[in-house]
Design a protein. Structure first.
Length: 156
């Protein structure tokens, strides 16, 4: 049985995109009641566009009586780091930011059409749980492998 400690610190950077895709937006998303307008926007999209290891700053401490970390062990820790980032995204408020930004774009446009801001309601079809957000990111990450996406990058 090995005696001594082994520790490793692997710095990781992840880039996450949060946006509202208006590609499928249609007349069905708009409800008018007199001077009041309600816009129901599509659900926001979250995509983990990249995760990168800062290999130059990996710190490893291995006691003399222990072996160094194998590539497989390091890859597993990298996977755990990526999973940890994905799990913490729900607490970052990126979906709310995407929603707010979409409203900030739409409301001034509707004001130019003659509506007053107090007559405009921008809403979304549903609220998300933390698990929903993790699933969105995993799904978006797989989709990203096949398609290029456009949006604002947020680095954490």
């Amino acid at each position: 049985m090995p005696v001594g400690e082994r520790k490793i610190a692997i710095p990781m950077t992840a880039t996450i995109k949060a946006y509202v895709d208006l590609g499928d937006f249609s007349e069905a998303n708009v409800r008018r009641d007199g001077n009041r307008m309600t816009i129901v926007l599509p659900d926001p999209v979250l995509v983990l566009t990249s995760s990168e290891i800062d290999h130059d700053n990996v710190k490893e401490f291995v006691a003399l009586t222990r072996s160094h970390f194998s590539d497989a062990e390091m890859a597993e820790y990298e996977y755990q780091g990526r999973s940890s980032i994905i799990a913490s995204i729900a607490r970052m408020g990126l979906l709310d930011t995407a929603r707010e930004n979409a409203a900030r774009i739409l409301i001034p446009m509707l004001e130019q059409f003659g509506y007053r801001s107090n007559e405009i309601t921008v809403t979304f079809s549903r609220q998300f749980t933390d698990n929903d957000i993790v699933m969105m990111i995993e799904k978006g990450y797989e989709k990203k492998k096949n398609h290029m996406s456009v949006g604002t990058d947020n680095k954490y």
